[in-house]
Design a protein around this ligand. Structure first.
Ligand SMILES: Cc1ncc(COP(=O)(O)O)c(C=O)c1O
Length: 393
């Protein structure tokens, strides 16, 4: 027998070498490797010359991550997508790649709190300011789009109040004023809405939500043209906001069921929103699928489904919203959204915690507001849970 003559410590590290096999697993192998081997320096040089089939280091690129990037790019009808360690990693790396000192960002006045804090607490240190406006209406917004303004940044439906921005109007406005257009499409998902088809430059996702769908990982994504993706890739490489291969495997597993999950989220959210609409203890329901939503027609025109997020305002202020959430039994009392499980949270205590009273007022966020992420459970059980929690008020 041809025994390996190496000493034990060397055997432990190198074993018998990698077996040569012809395998095509249905699921991608989790290539949990920091670095990649070369058959020769010639092969390494091919990487330097731009050959994308040669890998070097997993902070730059990794085959498991790249496979998921292909899925996200296709879902968003983009040339290329990049996956990040979080939604905030995607947002911060994208913005850093596109702005320079002296620029301004024109942003919709309702955004996820973390994005607002990044714009408020980080960007000004690099000379970048953000101006907020009500993106439900572009009339008069030209006054903000001076020569310093570089980016139009919106969410639609927005977190947490589900206000909409007209995608066509946004692109028309941005093109007329020479702005990049970026949209956080987390709430809608690519199943319900594809902003790149309307001419948006970049779409961002917190992949921690619907894309992964099981509340089991934190990740993010950005999708757009090859040229923009390459610029952002340079920043991801330097800022180190890449995702780990094992987490990328989980993300892909989640993405494969996105279509059926979102269909169910859409149906359940509509049922729950209709129930709230007729309830005497509810002041307002915000759900773009309801005809009573002031932007329902816009939603029907630009979305294929109305999503899983429902926002309510209870009669009786914050005391009512707290009691309601505390009394839910099936719907979980926690933060985040987009998982298979239904979740309720109070935006002034969670995603929008710490924003000024003025910022909350402009965004129409009240203490009696409860944001519900409606999951894929049985619709009857969700409505029954809501009913019994409202009965306790
Ligand atoms: C709309 C939206 N965008 C971005 C983020 C940030 O994503 P992550 O928590 O994955 O960093 C969140 C998180 O809640 C969000 O709701």
């Amino acid at each position: 027998m041809d025994r390996n003559k190496n000493k034990p410590a060397t055997k432990a590290v190198h074993g018998r070498g990698r077996p040569k096999m012809e395998v095509q697993p249905v699921n991608p192998p989790i290539i949990q490797s920091t670095n990649f081997l070369y058959e020769s320096i010639g092969q390494y040089k091919r990487y330097l010359e731009g050959d994308k089939s040669v890998f070097i280091y997993s902070r730059y690129d990794n085959p498991t991550i790249m496979e998921v990037e292909g899925h996200v790019a296709d879902l968003e009808n983009a040339d290329r997508a990049l996956i990040f360690s979080s939604g905030m990693g995607a947002i911060s790396s994208t913005i850093m790649a596109l702005v320079k000192s002296g620029d301004t960002i024109l942003a919709g006045d309702t955004l996820y709190g973390g994005t607002v804090y990044f714009f408020r607490d980080v960007l000004p240190r690099f000379g970048v300011e953000t101006i907020y406006f009500d993106s439900r209406n572009f009339d008069g917004a030209e006054k903000y789009a001076d020569s310093r303004c570089r980016i139009l940044y919106i969410e639609t439906p927005a977190n947490p109040n589900l206000r909409l921005t007209d995608l066509k109007a946004a692109v028309k406005f941005a093109k007329a004023n020479g702005l990049f257009t970026i949209i956080d499409n987390t709430f809608a998902t690519p199943i319900n809405q594809n902003p790149l088809d309307y001419g948006f430059d970049l779409v961002i996702h917190s992949g921690s939500k619907y894309l992964s769908g099981s509340s089991d990982l934190v990740c993010g994504a950005v999708a757009g043209s090859d040229e923009l993706a390459q610029k952002i890739w340079d920043y991801r490489r330097l800022l180190g906001t890449n995702l780990d291969p094992s987490a990328s495997f989980l993300l892909l597993k989640g993405i494969k069921s996105l279509g059926v999950r979102v269909e169910r989220h859409n149906q359940n959210a509509m049922a729950v929103a209709k129930y709230f609409e007729n309830h005497p203890k509810i002041e307002k329901v915000h759900y773009p699928g309801l005809e009573s939503h002031p932007q329902h027609l816009l939603a029907a025109g630009q979305m294929r489904g109305f999503g899983g997020m429902v926002n309510i305002e209870l009669k009786g202020g914050q005391e009512s919203s707290e009691n309601f959430v505390d009394n839910l039994k099936v719907i979980l009392n926690t933060v985040s959204l987009g998982g298979v499980e239904s979740i309720a949270c109070i935006p002034v205590l969670t995603s929008q915690y710490g924003l000024s009273d003025e910022a909350l007022r402009e965004a129409g966020i009240t203490p009696s507001m409860v944001r519900l992420s409606i999951g894929i459970e049985d619709e009857d059980d969700l409505v029954a849970d809501i009913e019994q929690a409202l009965d306790t008020l």
